[in-house]
Design a protein. Structure first.
Length: 321
């Protein structure tokens, strides 16, 4: 059995379906370790290649920035050797500027003016009703950004391995039928001005659908950009549209802002809806596993022997605040 110090990858999930996707994508599952009674997290253990991974999930029903920060802090103290930090799960896509489809993956990516994750409920409304952010979160560690750059370059030369990993996951986990592609016919994007009608989208006006060219295949695409985080679910098309243009975001979610200062990480989100009133819960499991598949491919870019001691440590994190 491995020790706590053997685990160098910390993987945080918000939902049970995200933790299930993470466990299913592992190459091998490890036996659980005994934990300090002061650590309230529940962990899963395994490996991808030579990377030993510890996975934690937020408590059931306790979502958002504060819960995510507590889980991440517990993980930091229980597993002091963690050098690679990932937040992997589902989010709402922003299809206003980029052709994002359900099941695609959005990866946080810093820009000249943004750390890659922003807290969009922390700021003020200024002239002409425009929202202005206050403060700035940490960027992901340099080693992860370097790995992302290499993987993006690799994908210019050869296809992503995500579909390979998804097929392997399905073969090894026959009970996970819900974690498969839902079909292009179930991927419906309505105009931002059209609100949801009835219990399901069956009663919605199909003339309000946005016409999009079919893709040549069902493989999930990867998008890199800014992820917006807050203690609330974004489910209003017009607000999504406005904030997308003001803040240049590709995805909305609820936990990442709670991690970036104390647990600087790369945020990976599978798209399960379009951040509007037409929530598509049937896509959540598939979106969770596409995000996990991207995380797996990224880890293969980082040889385990190259997890340098100069990766951000707890002392570095404390001094960066």
């Amino acid at each position: 059995m491995l020790s706590h110090d053997a685990y160098t990858v910390g993987w945080v999930a918000a939902l049970p379906i995200e933790m299930a996707a993470a466990r299913a994508i592992l190459d091998d599952v490890h036996l659980p370790l005994s934990m300090n009674p002061n650590d309230s997290n529940v962990y899963a253990f395994g490996n991808i290649g030579n990377h030993n991974i510890v996975i934690a999930c937020l408590p059931s029903g306790q979502y958002g920035i504060t819960s995510a920060a507590l889980v991440a802090n517990n993980m930091r103290w229980s597993f002091p050797s963690i050098k690679i930090r990932l937040m992997v799960g589902i989010g709402g896509g922003v299809p206003d500027k980029v052709d994002i489809r359900l099941g695609d993956v959005v990866v946080s990516n810093p820009t000249a003016s943004s750390p890659g994750v922003i807290q969009y409920d922390f700021g003020k409304t200024v002239k002409a009703g425009r929202f202005q952010l206050s403060g700035a979160l940490n960027k992901p560690p340099q080693q992860l950004l370097t790995a992302v750059a290499k993987l993006r370059a690799d994908h210019q030369l050869s296809p992503s391995r995500m579909s390979e990993f998804l097929a392997d996951m399905r073969q090894r986990n026959i009970m996970m039928d819900a974690y498969t592609y839902r079909g292009a016919g179930q991927d419906r994007l309505y105009r931002a001005t059209y609100d949801h009608v009835g219990e399901s989208c069956d009663d919605c006006d199909l003339s309000q659908l946005v016409r999009r060219d079919p893709r040549p295949n069902n493989y999930p695409k990867i998008h890199y950009g800014i992820i917006a985080s807050a203690n609330q679910v974004m489910k209003h098309g017009q607000t999504r549209h406005r904030l997308a243009h003001e803040l240049d975001v590709l995805c909305f979610e609820m936990e990442a802002a709670g991690l970036m200062d104390s647990f600087p990480c790369l945020v990976i989100r599978g798209i399960c809806d379009y951040s509007d009133s037409h929530k598509a819960k049937q896509w959540q499991e598939y979106a969770a596993v596409t995000a996990a598949a991207y995380a797996k491919e990224l880890l293969f870019v980082i040889p385990s022997e190259e997890i340098h001691e100069d990766s951000m440590t707890d002392n570095d994190i404390a001094s960066s605040r």
